[in-house]
Write a protein that binds this ligand. Structure first.
Ligand code: DON
Length: 553
C-alpha cells in the first residue's frame, strides 16, 4: 500500500538558489520512518535528532529488520567542525557466553541454536545509542525525538506484503514465543494485509527511554523483566551485561579511490576494511576502459581476496589484534593484485586457507543529510527476520539473534555462508563481526550517504554503489543497480537474475568462474546525494523495498 501511495516520492531532486539554506534529505526503508525524521527536522532537530527518530520508528514499523532489542552502527559527520565518528552500538556476547556454546558434545554446531530463541540474542545496543545520539550530538530531548515512534507503536501500522513474507518465513519460530506471537501474528497465523500491528508494551518501553534515557532500558523494572523473561526461556543474561553495555565511539576507516574519499565503519564491522581493501586493489585497473566482462572479473577477484582476509583476520578489535593498517594500505593491495590474472579466475582454494587454530533475511539502513550539512549513515539490525523471534513477556522488545554473526566453530559457515576463524570466536563481552557498512563517499563535486542490509553481501553492494557513484550515476540508478557478489567461500559469483546476459555468463564461465543466480537478499539500499556543484539534493530508496526517499526544501 505504501509503495503505491509514495512511489512517486521515491526519487526527488531539489535545487535551490545558493543564498537559500541547503535542502535536507532522508532515505529510509519505510515511509513512516522517513516521515518521523522529517517531523523531527521540522521541529528544529538536526540530522542526529532525525537519526534518533528514524531509528526508533524503524524499530516499530519494520520489526523484522531492526529494533530496540538489536544493535547497529551510526556513522556521523558534523558540519560545524567536520568531525566524523562511528557510534558502535553493536550487540555484545553476554558475560555468560562461551566459545563453544553452540556446539553439541561431539563438537558439531547445533542447528538453529544461534538463530532462534533467547540463547541467540546478544546484549542490545540500540537503547544506549539513542541516548548517546541525543545527548552528544542532537539538539532535542529524547522525549521529543521519540514521539513519532511511540505514536506508531500505540496506534499501530498496517501489515504489507513484505511483512507477510517475513512473518511467513519465521512463522514457526514466532509461534514458539507467546509474547512475540501475540503481537506479530494474528491468531497464530501471518496477519492479513492491512491488519494493524499495535505494540503497547513497546510504546511503554520507548516511553521509559524517552523519560529516563538508556537507564529506562538497562536498569530498573524493565531490565528486570528483560533479564528474567530471557533467562526463564533458556537465556544467559545478567544485570552485569546491562550495567556494562556502552556505546563506543570509534575512528572511521578512511580510504581513497581515484580521487574519491571513502569514510566507512571500523571493526567490529568488516565493512570499511573490506571496502577499502577492494577499492585499493581496483584502483590500478582502468575499469571504465575495460569490457563489461573484464570489469566484473576484476571486481570479483578483488572481492574474493578481501573476503578471504575478512574470514581470517577480522573480529572485535577490543579482543583480538587485527592488522587494520596493513589491510587498508595501498602496498598490500598491490601485493594482492599480483596473483590476479586478467583472463582466469583464481579458485578460492588456491588462496592461502583460513587458519583454523584449534580450532530471507533482514536488517535496515537509512541515510540523512540535514539543512546544515550534518550527515548520518546508519545500518541497524536484529540479524535474521524478526531476530530471535523471542519477546521477553511484558516488554514488547523483540530480541536479536546477532550471536550467529560470531564464528560458532572455525570454518563452519553461519547463516550467510560466511566462515570465520579465531578472530571472530565467541568470548564473553565481545562484539560479533558484522558486514554492516554505512558509508560516506565524496568526490570533487558530490557527496553521498549510502548503505544497505543484505548480510554478507552488504559490503559488495556498497562497493558496486561506490563505483557507480564514482562514475557519476544518480542516486536512483545506484540503488536500483543489478548486483553480484563473491565472498571467497563458497567459490561462486552470486548474481541477481537480471545482472548478466547469457553471453556474459558463458564468457565468465569460460574464464573459470562458477556463477549462481539468486533471487533474494539483494538489499534495500537507501541513499542521499548532495551535488555541491549543482546545489542539488536527491534521495532514493531501493526498488526492491517499500521505502521512501524525501528531499525537504
Ligand atoms: O551484522 C551483520 O553483518 C548481519 N547481522 C546483517 C544481517 C543482514 O543484513 C540481513 N539482511 N538481509
Amino acid at each position: 500500500m505504501y509503495k503505491f501511495i509514495f512511489s512517486f516520492f521515491v526519487l526527488v531532486f531539489v535545487s535551490f538558489p545558493l543564498s537559500a539554506r541547503q535542502p535536507a534529505a532522508i532515505a529510509s526503508a519505510h515511509p513512516l520512518a522517513t516521515q518521523a525524521g522529517e517531523e523531527v527536522l521540522q521541529a528544529g532537530g538536526n540530522a542526529f535528532d532525525a537519526a534518533v527518530a528514524v531509528t526508533a520508528a524503524l524499530a516499530v514499523v519494520e520489526p523484522y529488520s531492526s529494533g530496540i532489542g538489536g544493535g547497529g552502527f551510526w556513522l556521523l559527520h558534523r558540519a560545524s567542525d567536520q568531525f566524523e565518528v562511528m557510534l558502535d552500538g553493536r550487540e555484545r556476547a553476554p558475560f555468560n557466553a562461551h566459545r563453544d556454546m553452540y556446539l553439541d558434545k561431539q563438537g558439531n554446531v547445533i542447528k538453529d541454536a544461534s538463530i532462534n530463541g533467547p540463547l541467540s540474542a546478544g546484549i542490545p545496543g540500540v537503547p544506549a545509542a539513542l541516548e548517546h545520539l541525543a545527548k552528544h550530538y542532537g539538539l532535542l530531548p529524547l522525549s521529543k525525538s521519540l514521539q513519532p515512534a511511540i505514536r506508531y507503536a500505540r496506534e499501530g501500522f498496517p501489515v504489507d506484503e513484505h511483512y507477510q513474507r517475513m512473518a511467513k518465513f519465521r512463522l514457526s519460530a514466532l509461534k514458539k514465543s507467546s509474547s512475540a506471537a501475540a503481537v506479530f501474528l494474528h491468531k497464530g497465523q501471518v496477519p492479513a494485509m492491512g491488519y494493524v500491528v499495535k505494540q503497547n508494551n513497546l510504546a511503554h518501553t520507548l516511553s521509559l527511554i524517552a523519560e529516563k534515557g538508556a537507564d529506562g532500558f538497562y536498569k530498573g523494572e524493565l531490565a528486570d523483566k528483560l533479564i528474567r523473561g530471557t533467562n526463564k526461556a533458556g537465556g544467559i543474561w545478567s544485570q552485569k551485561d546491562f550495567n556494562e553495555y556502552t556505546i563506543i565511539e570509534r575512528k572511521p576507516i578512511k580510504g581513497e579511490y581515484r580521487g574519491m574519499k571513502i569514510t566507512s565503519v571500523a571493526p567490529p564491522s568488516s565493512g570499511g576494511i573490506a571496502l577499502v581493501e577492494i577499492m585499493n586493489q581496483l584502483a590500478a585497473y582502468p575499469l571504465e576502459k575495460l569490457s563489461d566482462i573484464q570489469q566484473v572479473h576484476y571486481i570479483v577477484e578483488t572481492m574474493r581476496r578481501a573476503y578471504r582476509d575478512r574470514a581470517e583476520y577480522l573480529g572485535d578489535t577490543d579482543f583480538v589484534k587485527v592488522p587494520v593498517a596493513r589491510l587498508i594500505s595501498k602496498d598490500y593491495a598491490a601485493k594482492l593484485r599480483t596473483s590476479i590474472r586478467p583472463n582466469m579466475a583464481t579458485p578460492s582454494n588456491t588462496l592461502p586457507g583460513v587458519k583454523k587454530k584449534d580450532g530471507a533475511t533482514d536488517t535496515t539502513h537509512f541515510s540523512i543529510i540535514d539543512h546544515q550539512g550534518n550527515r548520518v549513515a546508519a545500518t541497524l539490525s536484529i540479524n535474521y527476520p524478526f531476530g530471535s523471534c523471542f519477546v521477553p513477556p511484558g516488554t514488547g522488545v523483540l530480541l536479536n539473534d546477532e550471536m550467529d554473526d560470531f564464528s560458532a566453530k572455525p570454518g563452519v559457515p553461519n547463516v550467510y555462508g560466511l566462515v570465520g576463524a579465531e578472530a571472530n570466536a565467541i568470548q564473553p563481552g565481545k562484539r560479533m563481526l558484522s558486514s554492516m557498512s554505512p558509508t560516506f563517499l565524496e568526490t570533487k563535486n558530490r557527496l553521498a550517504v549510502i548503505g544497505t542490509p543484505g548480510g554478507s553481501r552488504i559490503i559488495t553492494m556498497v562497493l558496486l554503489g561506490a563505483l557507480a557513484f564514482h562514475q557519476g550515476e544518480s542516486a536512483q540508478a545506484i540503488v536500483d543497480l543489478a548486483r553480484y557478489h563473491h565472498q571467497y567461500l563458497p567459490d561462486s559469483i552470486f548474481y541477481e537474475p537480471d545482472a548478466f546476459s547469457l553471453q556474459q555468463i558463458e564468457k565468465m564461465s569460460s574464464m573459470g568462474h562458477s556463477l549462481k543466480a539468486v533471487e533474494n537478499t539483494w538489499g534495500n539500499m537507501q541513499m542521499v546525494i548532495w551535488d555541491k556543484k549543482k546545489s542539488m539534493m536527491s534521495a532514493a530508496s531501493d526498488r526492491r523495498g517499500l521505502g521512501l526517499g524525501r528531499v525537504i526544501p
